[in-house]
Design a protein around this ligand. Structure first.
Ligand code: SF4
Length: 171
């Protein structure tokens, strides 16, 4: 039987997509997951046309409907591009059985993402815009970030959640 497909933030696979142009390896996690799943890389920021390297972005404004603007240059505003991406990209992901997000990202972060107003954190418990969209759209989809996969036990639990979800989709 074909392995289940899970989406994964491209930078976790060591792809050169990060804002700072650096490559960070999470090979121990991704090689483990590859034994069980086909990994589908997704990088929202590159896919909306931002370059590598690029100016860092952050969430700003109203925490319930944040904007995505430049961390060092507030005149950079990619909110509309990211919202359009969030509305359309999931159509390409309808066959995924899980998603491993990169932590601490205003696009991909699953938890504790700060929202700034005039340089001050006014909320530190939001999700990145794309992670928010995916979890709203598919609330039962198994999701985690790389910090949730540091132990053999936590990896096994995630693998079992993904396999159970696939069974739910294909009884
Ligand atoms: S965290 Fe998300 S948007 Fe940022 S580089 Fe990784 S995949 Fe791309």
């Amino acid at each position: 039987m074909q392995k289940p497909i899970i989406a994964i933030s491209s930078c976790l696979l060591g792809q050169r997509v990060r804002y700072d142009g650096e490559i960070k390896s999470f090979a121990d996690i991704t090689q483990h997951l590859q034994q069980y799943f086909d990994l589908l890389p997704v990088c929202p920021e590159v896919e909306i046309g931002l370059g590598v390297p690029r100016p860092a972005v952050q969430l700003t404004g109203n925490p319930s409907h944040p904007r995505m603007t430049g961390r060092d240059n507030p005149e950079i505003d990619v909110t509309t591009a990211m919202r359009v991406y969030c509305a359309t990209k999931p159509q390409q992901l309808t066959n995924i059985c899980g998603y491993v997000f990169k932590s601490k990202s205003p696009s991909c972060g699953l938890k504790n993402i700060p929202v700034f107003n005039n340089g001050i954190v006014i909320d530190d418990n939001q999700r990145g815009l794309f992670a928010q969209r995916i979890t709203e759209l598919w609330p039962k989809l198994p999701v985690c970030d790389e910090t949730d996969l540091l132990t053999a036990q936590s990896r096994q639990q995630f693998i079992e959640r993904v396999l159970a979800y696939r069974k739910l989709l294909n009884p």
